[in-house]
Design a protein around this ligand. Structure first.
Ligand code: COA
Length: 339
């Protein structure tokens, strides 16, 4: 049987045009730029205007990724998100239809901040199994619609955005190849990151406490460092990469201190750590593809580079992937058009 691999052939991104700086937040919250920046590395974040949805951002990023890959369509559309346009139906089929791909299978995948790495695993597995030849994998989020604007512990951390990659079948050794993936979860600690209401356990969204995202930041911090280190190390070892052979370490963009701590534990030099946090904050399921698109556009990723991805998020979930960077040109969509 032919040895088929999933290969990244295109990448695109879309950030909403409105930017909120730390100083802007300090006008409405008991916080300062210095507190936010020194604790997280975040200086500003992009946010949608009322009426612009995750699907709007995801459609624009998906179109950009298809353009980057030089394709008009694909066999499957996957959307990693925890802020879908509505609870039912999934957002991915509407994105597919808006991209002119009505008819192809499309579904949402909810793994919070690990969503992109989970999606990469699904896409690579389906291509490897021969089920589909090409997949459009989108990470898109609008956390500004679920954070409590009055909670300084979370409102300063998150931003909105979307990015997407196209994966196609290819032969082993092709630049862009996804070499190895590993995932994990621990639902015993689901309460550390949650939106309490709106599900079957507590369907009503009639008060702020049930509607808004909440997180135990300190506990999440400790668990994120431990799980990302363990998972990323395991993937690097599985593909036989020594720390000094890793050209780019792209961790979920939650906190610059988390990224530095994980890289230090892995033995990866600080200059190999990709951090877009200052510009976009934590964009959850969109953060890794956004960081990849940004790093590529800055010339920080070259064809053949060894890239180690790792993520951690609500669920709890985590996952890591090793891939070789392809010679693709990222396409940045100007801004979403409402659906
Ligand atoms: N501005 C000013 N002070 C703030 C603040 C803000 N925006 N947010 C919290 N504080 C205060 C707290 O109230 C607390 O005050 P107290 O000591 O009087 O109680 C103090 O700062 C320290 O809070 P703490 O939560 O311990 O800070 P921290 O150093 O742990 O940093 C986070 C907080 C959220 C930045 C950090 O825990 C973090 O990044 N956690 C992981 C988040 C994450 O990764 N999430 C996504 C995973 S998917």
């Amino acid at each position: 049987m032919l040895d088929v691999r999933a290969v990244v052939t295109g990448i695109g991104s879309c950030l909403p045009p409105d930017v909120v700086s730390n100083d802007d937040l300090s006008l409405v919250l008991d916080t300062t730029h210095d507190w936010i920046f020194s604790r997280t590395g975040i200086a500003r974040r992009h946010v949608v205007r009322p009426g612009t949805s995750t699907g709007d951002l995801g459609t624009a990023a998906g179109a950009a990724a298809l353009e980057s890959a030089g394709r008009r369509g694909c066999d499957l559309v996957l959307l990693a998100t925890t802020t879908p346009d509505q609870r039912c139906p999934a957002t991915a089929p509407q994105i597919a239809a808006r991209l002119g791909l009505a008819g192809v299978p499309a579904f949402d995948l909810a793994a919070v901040c690990s969503g992109f790495v989970y999606g990469l695993t699904v896409a690579a597995s389906m291509i490897g199994a021969g089920t589909y030849d090409s997949v459009l994998l989108i990470g898109a989020e609008t956390y500004s619609t679920i954070v409590d604007p009055a909670d300084r512990g979370t409102a300063v951390l998150f931003g909105d955005g979307a990015a997407a990659v196209v994966l196609e079948r290819g032969l082993p050794g092709t630049p862009g190849e996804v070499l190895h993936v590993e995932l994990g979860s621990d639902g015993d600690h689901a309460g550390l990151i949650s939106v309490p209401g709106g599900g079957s356990r507590a369907p009503h969204l009639d008060d702020d406490a049930s509607r808004h995202f909440r997180m135990d930041g300190r506990e999440v911090y400790v668990r994120a460092v431990a799980a990302m280190t363990r998972s990323a190390r395991s993937v690097a070892e599985a593909v036989g990469w020594r720390p000094e052979e890793i050209d780019a370490f792209v961790g979920h963009q939650a906190n610059a201190r988390i990224l530095r701590a994980v890289a230090r534990r892995l033995g990866v030099a600080e200059e190999r750590v990709v951090s877009q946090l200052a510009e976009v904050g934590n964009t959850a399921g969109a953060s890794i593809p956004l960081a990849l698109a940004w790093a590529a556009s800055q010339g920080r990723l070259a064809k053949g580079d060894r890239v180690l991805l790792t993520a951690f998020g609500g669920g709890l979930t985590w996952g890591s992937a090793a891939m070789v960077w392809p010679g693709v040109h990222p396409v940045r969509a100007e801004g979403p058009s409402p659906g």
